[in-house]
Ligand binder design. Sequence first.
Ligand code: SAH
Length: 190
Amino acid sequence: MIASNILSFAKCILSEVLEPGCIAVDATTGNGYDTVFLSRQVGINGHVFGFDIQEDAISQTEDRLDEECVPVNWTLFNTGHENMLRFIPEEFHGKVNVVMFNLGFLPGSDKSVITKSETTLEAIKASLSILNRGGMLSIAIYAGHPGGDEEDAAVRGFCTSLDYHSFRVIQSEMVNKPGFPIRMIFVSKL
Ligand code: SAH
């Protein structure tokens, strides 16, 4: 079902932008599901760059990409997404079609390893600079866990302040979820 989970909803939106040959970034590879999606969408003539600070997440993503027999069109970096300008080769700057962020902690893993406002904002700014015109950034934001509310406020505050003539920002929210909200932000670069 398209919107049974907010990330499948996000993927439907991103599919409109992603075509074979595109360049995509998974800024938080985690368990690798989003990396698999991006790899399939861009195909053998495209490329996916993935980032995660946890070595386990990187190897889990690698295993999943192998198991799912996706095209060999990916490069994973075991480093923070705030370093993406240094790790993604310059030839791709300004040519990236999609950047995906899935914030918070990795379910089933160390819940103390979380994305943090300061580095998240740095990485969001870097993402906006490497997107092409028409490219899209998607950010799944989770409130509720320690540090989550602050990150939620910081990310939404930053995205809300983006210049309307340069970017369009759309927010979706799963409004009937019990407990803490999950929000999706989409930023299109004009
Ligand atoms: N909360 C989501 C999953 C988020 S996974 C859900 O419920 O599905 C978030 C991933 O971001 C984790 O694997 C974590 O290791 C990674 N991460 C944390 N800080 C990071 C950073 N600075 N750069 C890249 N990845 C980071």
